[in-house]
Design a protein around this ligand. Structure first.
Ligand SMILES: N[C@@H](CCC(=O)N[C@@H](CS)C(=O)NCC(=O)O)C(=O)O
Length: 374
């Protein structure tokens, strides 16, 4: 609590300072209006300046003080005296002073960071805009050791662009878009976020016909599969990677771009993933229940693929991109997981599908890995 310096100075002499203070304190408490703070003993924290020891003018002092106090209470004492005094009071408190200095420091650091970020972004934008007309800049996470990306959504967009023959370059400096999600793209100076919005936008812009051969029923079924994977399997994978295994497998498959991420990513993601999982609802299921859900989903994928080459039949369609994006995680990234077992052991057709997609879409797979392989 901030001690209050009563803004009136006394030249009077007083032997019993306490008596004066208590009297004033009582008056102030009676008034009940002033910003006076009671100390731990229940009386007022009041500081009277320049009171020295002498009994002679004790009474006069109290009378003067009372009068001053009444004027003060009635608002007849100029506010600037009070303001100045309050400021002095606030500043004279060590902790308040430290707090103010820290707040100013933090404010300066945040503003400086913002300025630097904006400068960096302006530079990057110039770089992205120089990619050329109709060349997509795919903003994505760093490449992985065994799979080009740990994000199913990044693989989805990249596969789609490769299948559709759309020119693109990648950027790993700014993986998160303004919505805080990866991937996002910049095309002809425009930013587009969310993998499905990206696919829809590119389909329209470049008149992509990957789904033209599908019947309306098949299209509808595949759309439902996409939603199943993106809205449920994603969260099961997310919880397994970052919560249930505490990033152990994930950590082994990545070369983090900064030492900070290298050391702190698992810790940061652990509690974060639990909170996010609970908000979504998936974390309210036990791991065993989540595994059962995965089994069901992989069973559905296996049934739908049947003896076909791709989910689109003889040709991959746009939903093949997201199915591959997810299956590739179990196939190459999440070793010793139920995802891996379900693909490689329970449904080997899905494993063969992954290899087929990889060979068709990523002839340069090994070169894309980090570090690149021969
Ligand atoms: N609906 C989005 C989902 C993308 C997404 O969840 N990306 C993850 C990485 S795989 C992400 O950026 N997560 C960051 C976060 O949720 O804070 C899409 O389809 O692009």
């Amino acid at each position: 609590m901030t001690p209050f310096n009563f803004p009136i100075r006394y030249n009077a002499h007083c032997q019993n300072v306490c008596q004066v203070e208590n009297h004033l304190a009582k008056l102030i408490l009676d008034a009940g209006k002033l910003p006076i703070i009671a100390n731990s003993h229940g009386c007022c924290h009041l500081r009277c300046h320049n009171i020295s020891r002498s009994t002679t003018r004790n009474l006069k002092l109290i009378v003067e003080a009372e009068e001053a106090l009444r004027q003060f209470i009635a608002g007849s004492v100029k506010m600037n005296i009070l303001d100045k005094d309050l400021l002095e009071t606030v500043w004279s408190n060590d902790w308040t002073r430290r707090g103010i200095i820290i707040c100013i420091g933090v404010g300066v650091i945040i503003s400086l960071r913002k300025v630097l970020q904006n400068r960096k972004l302006a530079k990057l934008r110039a770089e992205w805009n120089s990619a050329g007309k109709d060349v997509v800049v795919l903003h994505q996470f760093w490449r992985g050791k065994y799979c080009p990306n740990f994000s199913p959504y990044v693989l989805k967009v990249e596969c789609f662009m490769r299948l559709a023959g759309i020119k693109y370059i990648t950027d790993i400096k700014e993986p998160m878009g303004s919505r805080g999600l990866c991937p996002w793209i910049t095309l002809n100076g425009e930013d587009i976020e969310d993998s499905q919005h990206i696919v829809d936008h590119l389909t329209k812009q470049f008149k992509v016909r990957l789904n033209d051969h599908l019947t309306p029923e098949r299209k509808a079924t595949l759309e439902a599969v996409r939603i199943m994977l993106e809205e449920q399997l994603f969260w099961i994978l997310f919880m397994w990677r970052f919560y249930h295994t505490r990033c152990k497998t994930f950590w082994k498959t990545q070369i983090f771009p900064t030492w900070f991420l290298h050391y702190f990513f698992p810790t940061m993601l652990y509690s974060h993933s639990q909170k996010r999982g609970r908000a979504h609802g998936i974390a309210r299921h036990t791991l065993a229940e989540q595994i059962k859900m995965t089994e069901k989903q992989f069973g559905i994928l296996n049934e739908l693929l049947g003896d076909g080459q791709y989910f689109g039949g003889d040709q991959p369609c746009s939903v093949d991109c997201i199915v591959f994006g997810f299956l590739a995680q179990g196939m190459w990234n999440d070793s010793d997981s139920h995802f891996e077992t379900l693909i490689k052991v329970t449904h080997p057709k899905l494993a063969a599908y992954c290899i087929r997609m990889k060979e068709r879409i990523y002839p340069d797979w090994k070169k894309l890995l980090n570090p690149p392989q021969e």
